[in-house]
Design a protein around this ligand. Structure first.
Ligand code: F6R
Length: 364
């Protein structure tokens, strides 16, 4: 049942305020001022290293979580795609926690990577949607994301629920290690509690995003740029676009532009810049100007302040509500998903069942 939507993907994008409220309610019960984990949880105070492993969109959730765990909880983090990790057989030093992220909980490479870590890592954690899955069963602690069944092959609500749970886990780790002030923790928790309403406001930009997507649908290639927390999100935006619209899309950390990809820029190249007005904004703007100086068509996704400051010469702007910097990747996932969705609809591709793809990759 698509609930009145044309595709499951549209339904699942629209469900995000609701399912994220669910995820948050499980980890931050009403009236509580700390993050609660199921089944005895985990104490991060002695953890020296975190290894995050996943595939595809779940891997981008891990890349985002690296920024959070390092910045908020001050834990060194390594992130790898499961297919590389498992055959590289990396050393796992003492006091390492290994964390596996998987919507299905059955991805063959992720499961093999988990089995490699069993008996080596101090603790095996997983962040899963399917609670009865192999990955959940074989972990010491499985953290459900409460996204509900995801039918669209391209992952949407599972991604933002993974991010929400990973951010809450990073906040818990920071509290365990005494590296976050009570004020900071409160501000993050308040922002998480407001997130469902903020996501609902972002979904109201649907028409603007559809118009921007018309331009993308006529392109052969699209570049996504982002810095900091917006870099993994740029990767996710490019993956979503190529998966369902079959348009070639790539993402770069904005600072890498000069080191090669700027050679691609001409008037036929749309460049999606994900840049809330944060500490790195000015640097993103100067990268954006380098793109426009070479006639690249910029789609700027930012908040009101960012757009007021930097929309000169930009082909289109998508305005997001204001949010705590730490939560920006969860919010900016909405325009990334909707851009891909509307581009695919404009091209007439099979949004829910893209060619050559399977929802769950249980063979390598
Ligand atoms: C992208 C997508 C895939 C999955 C990947 C991992 O939209 O859906 O990249 O994210 O195959 O799947 P899970 O999370 O089930 O391990």
């Amino acid at each position: 049942d698509k609930g009145g939507h044309k595709h499951f993907m549209a339904k699942e994008i629209a469900e995000q305020p609701h399912v994220i409220a669910e995820a948050i309610r499980h980890y931050l019960p009403v009236g509580e001022d700390a993050v609660h984990l199921p089944d005895g949880g985990i104490d991060f105070s002695e953890v020296e290293r975190l290894t995050l492993v996943a595939c595809g969109t779940a891997y981008y959730a891990c890349l985002t979580a690296k920024y959070w765990f390092e910045k908020i909880a001050r834990i060194p983090v390594e992130v790898d795609v499961a297919s590389e990790f498992r055959y590289r057989e990396p050393p796992i030093p003492g006091k390492t926690v290994a964390l596996f992220v998987s919507q299905s909980g059955e991805t063959a490479d992720t499961l093999a990577a988990l089995r490699y870590c069993a008996g080596k890592a101090d603790k095996i954690l997983s962040v899963v949607n399917v609670a009865e899955s192999s990955i959940a069963r074989e972990s010491d602690l499985a953290l459900p994301i409460h996204a509900g069944v995801e039918i669209g092959v391209a992952s949407t609500k599972a991604f933002t629920c993974q991010l929400s749970v990973l951010l809450m886990l990073a906040l818990k780790a920071a509290a365990d290690r005494g590296v976050i002030t009570p004020e900071d923790l409160d501000a993050n928790i308040a922002a998480l509690r407001s997130l469902p309403n903020v996501l609902a406001a972002a979904l109201e930009q649907n028409d603007t995003i559809r118009q921007a997507a018309q331009k993308l649908s006529e392109s052969r290639d699209v570049l996504f740029l982002g810095r900091g927390l917006m870099f993994p999100l740029a990767l996710e935006g490019a993956l979503k676009l190529k998966e369902i619209s079959y348009i070639h899309a790539e993402a770069y950390a904005s600072g890498e532009l000069k080191h090669g990809p700027i050679a691609l820029i001409d008037k036929h190249m749309p460049v999606v810049v994900m840049a809330p007005r944060d500490a790195l904004f000015d640097k993103s703007v100067s990268n954006m100007q380098e793109v426009m100086a070479r006639k690249g068509k910029v789609i700027l996704v930012s908040n009101a302040d960012g757009i007021a400051e930097a929309s000169d010469g930009v082909a289109s702007c998508i305005q997001m509500p204001d949010i705590h910097d730490n939560l920006s990747p969860i919010l900016y996932a909405i325009p990334a998903q909707l851009l891909a969705y509307h581009t695919a609809v404009a091209k007439g591709t099979d949004v829910d069942q893209p060619r050559n793809l399977a929802k769950s990759v249980t063979v390598e």
